[in-house]
Ligand binder design. Structure first.
Ligand SMILES: NC(=O)c1ccc[n+]([C@@H]2O[C@H](COP(=O)([O-])OP(=O)(O)OC[C@H]3O[C@@H](n4cnc5c(N)ncnc54)[C@H](O)[C@@H]3O)[C@@H](O)[C@H]2O)c1
Length: 249
């Protein structure tokens, strides 16, 4: 408890799933949490749960693909909470589209949210961390970015991009005391995968050494490890895989 007392954490995609679970856990650990999402209403519900732990909270309705909006949201967090120590980029979208039917627009939209959104979060939060003398960045990719997936060329391209992007950030921001890492979860029961076919889910579950999909609250402790001290102090440029054994890099 209280591993994040005095810290300010920004979490994108905080209105649902993995982002919401991370926000709840960080709040329980004493952080002030700024919740960013397209959907203000769901974020407000998560913020209310975080406030029950005694956390300061703020909600920012923003599209992670909107550079001006993201810059303004980060500025609002600094004004409201005094700075930024932690950024978790969890906002993401996923759909199954066979490659031979994949339109350039479909590809662009997924890359815009799942990769460019991560870049924009980092781009507009990192200066506040530099000002603070350090910080922690956790970008949520996917184990599919390592192994690929049928019908998921757009998603896996974006997620592999997040892994490469984060390695460069780790190299470039280390002199500023900023550590940047990736979490690449396996299948986690959240609204994101509700739309995937039953065939895919059944086959996937049978492949997993652990034999079941994970829950969002089983991913959040990996984020806590990466942003806490001393637990996370030696991790940068790494990809951690709470993935039920799906990928063993
Ligand atoms: N659930 C899984 O099996 C799984 C596995 C591996 C990786 N991931 C990744 O974890 C992250 C979180 O996924 P989740 O399962 O919690 O999904 P989710 O659908 O439960 O939550 C995603 C959140 O992102 C928000 N969002 C979507 N587009 C946005 C945009 N343009 N701007 C701002 N917010 C936006 C949504 O409103 C939602 O609240 C995603 O990056 C996803 O790719 C999920």
């Amino acid at each position: 408890m209280n591993q994040l007392t005095g810290k300010v954490a920004v979490i994108t995609g905080a209105g649902s799933g993995i982002g919401a679970a991370i926000a709840r856990l960080f709040a329980r650990e004493g952080a002030a949490v700024a919740l960013l999402d397209l959907h203000e209403d769901t974020c407000r519900d998560v913020a209310a749960e975080c406030a029950e732990s005694g956390a300061d909270t703020s909600v920012h309705a923003v599209d992670v693909t909107d550079s001006d909006g993201m810059q303004a949201a980060m500025a609002a967090v600094v004004t409201e909470h005094g700075g930024i120590d932690i950024l978790v980029n969890s906002a993401g979208i996923l759909d199954e589209t066979p490659f031979l039917e994949m339109s350039p627009d479909t590809f662009d939209r997924t890359v815009a949210v799942d990769l460019k959104g991560v870049y924009l979060g980092c781009r507009w939060a990192a200066p506040a961390m530099v000002e603070r003398g350090g910080g922690r960045i956790v970008n949520i990719a996917s184990q599919l970015g390592i192994k690929g997936g049928v019908g998921l060329a757009h998603y896996t391209a974006a997620k592999a991009g997040v892994i490469g992007f984060t390695k460069s950030l780790a190299l470039e921001l280390a002199p500023h005391g900023i550590l940047a890492n990736v979490i690449a979860p396996g299948p986690i029961v959240t609204p994101l995968i509700e739309g995937l076919s039953l065939d895919w889910k059944t086959a996937k579950q049978e492949e997993l050494p652990i034999g079941r999909f994970g829950r969002a609250d089983e991913v959040a402790p990996t984020a806590l490890l990466l942003v806490s001290s001393p637990g996370g102090d030696l991790y940068t440029g790494q990809t951690l895989g709470p993935n039920s054994g799906d990928v063993m890099p």
